[in-house]
Design a protein around this ligand. Structure first.
Ligand code: FAD
Length: 68
């Protein structure tokens, strides 16, 4: 069986991992150039930040980051 997973957020990453562990041939497609999406962790000025909390706590702007 061959499976395509669309989206490299936590759902797609876990689905891809579980399918691969089960021996399924799986390909993950992500439209952005990085993985994780809402649950991505980014590093700004040496500090790891969970971007899923950005909507409530815009600490990246406070630190002068640019979300990349
Ligand atoms: C402020 C905030 C706080 C949160 N706190 C928690 C928490 O404490 N605990 C918890 O369990 N959850 C929390 N969540 C929820 C959690 O972050 C999300 O439910 C989870 O990250 C969603 O993951 P997902 O993979 O379903 O979707 P997403 O993270 O949205 O990923 C979808 C991916 O699919 C890609 N994509 C979309 N369309 C295409 C396409 N056509 N082709 C290729 N790729 C595509 C996108 O680029 C993206 O990478 C929080 C969310 C927010 C916003």
């Amino acid at each position: 069986m061959r499976v395509a997973v669309i989206g490299g957020g936590i759902s797609g990453l876990v689905a891809t991992s579980e399918l691969a562990k089960a021996g399924v041939e799986v390909v993950l497609y992500e439209k952005e150039d990085n993985l994780g999406a809402y649950s991505k962790t980014a590093t700004f000025n040496g500090i790891d930040l969970d971007l899923s909390s950005m909507l409530f706590n815009p600490v990246v702007e406070i630190l002068g980051g640019d979300n990349n």
